[in-house]
Design a protein around this ligand. Sequence first.
Ligand SMILES: Cc1cc2nc3c(=O)[nH]c(=O)nc-3n(C[C@H](O)[C@H](O)[C@H](O)COP(=O)(O)OP(=O)(O)OC[C@H]3O[C@@H](n4cnc5c(N)ncnc54)[C@H](O)[C@@H]3O)c2cc1C
Length: 355
Amino acid sequence: MTYVVYTGVMNIIENTSLGEYSTMRLGGAARYLVEIHTRQELKEAYAWATENQLPFIMIGGGSNIIWQDSGFEGLVMVNRIHGYEDYVESPESHFVTVGAGEIWDTVVARSVATGLTGIEALSLIPGTAGATPVQNVGAYGQEIAQTISSIEVFDTQTGQLTNVPTEACGFGYRSSKFQTEYRGRFYITAITLHLTVGNPYPPFYKTVEQYLAENPPGGPVTPRVIRDAVIAIRQSKLPDPAEVANTGSFFANPIINADTLAELRMKYPDAPHWLVDNGGAKIPAAWLIEQAGFKDYHDEETGMGTWPAQPLVLINEHAKSTKDLLAFKAKIVAAVEAKFGITLVQEPELLPKAQ
Ligand SMILES: Cc1cc2nc3c(=O)[nH]c(=O)nc-3n(C[C@H](O)[C@H](O)[C@H](O)COP(=O)(O)OP(=O)(O)OC[C@H]3O[C@@H](n4cnc5c(N)ncnc54)[C@H](O)[C@@H]3O)c2cc1C
């Protein structure tokens, strides 16, 4: 049973299932939960949590998180702050400021519709705009760090809104300081993107180039052409979280050192890999999972499976709990370890984090 425990400018509700707040649709209950629509509501919710000495966390669309079965003994703030403002600096240069709770793909669609380039390859990534800097989302040759120019945050140390410039975000491959030292201090309320008018420059990401060769656009490669190509590619490979419970790629691509790479290539001369700086290589986790016997796999015991077109995506078919998901994950990790001596690491965050 869900009760409203606080009514100010917003409603805080008690004891609500967190399964609805993760696209994997698993996990326990939140002691308290509130949907935040304005900066003022955020300040008020934060004050309430602090007054009641409760831990708190902010989430967006829940497409990169998995809730523990034990739930969250604090206040979950779901960011629903909207807004889209296009500041035209010059005929070529626009600064687009977007509320953190905007659905990311609608932001991409809108910018593409006005002829702007910079984020079109990030089409159809689930979730909210405010979460994009957290793991520096990226796909098909673009990442958000390339276009983000500043981030408006609520600073819990001062209780004020402030701006974090791009240089201070510590962006790396699928990482930023919002996952580490800024976690729990800054809550993102808006992001500003620097986008330009015109067409994107080739060369494009290999898969996109291939798609365009097979489906010639019949004119210049505009941001819309890239968006349409990326959408078609993604839809052919990935499940729609609205229909199939999943959190996208479940494991990061492991990086192995030069010795392990040499051993791997002795046994598997065709092992796909991308060389990295130190002589080691990044190995596609999807290939390791497939080779370990989990392609299009459906596990009756746990109710979990792998997506037929992409084994890196774990799907919740009829799992009852996060425990089931973690048991399935353990099976895959153990099988890959036994076959290759490589340990896969989970990508979506398990929340709340162990203290
Ligand atoms: C089918 C599928 C495909 C995907 N493809 C890609 C891909 O191609 N590339 C990619 O990079 N990712 C991909 N993802 C992962 C996911 O979509 C992104 O990480 C996305 O940015 C998460 O957004 P969200 O709003 O759902 O964040 P959530 O899952 O709600 O939260 C993620 C993290 O961000 C924090 N957070 C969220 N909002 C805020 C805020 N306003 N302030 C502070 N912290 C916040 C949360 O606390 C949590 O730590 C995919 C996921 C799925 C399900």
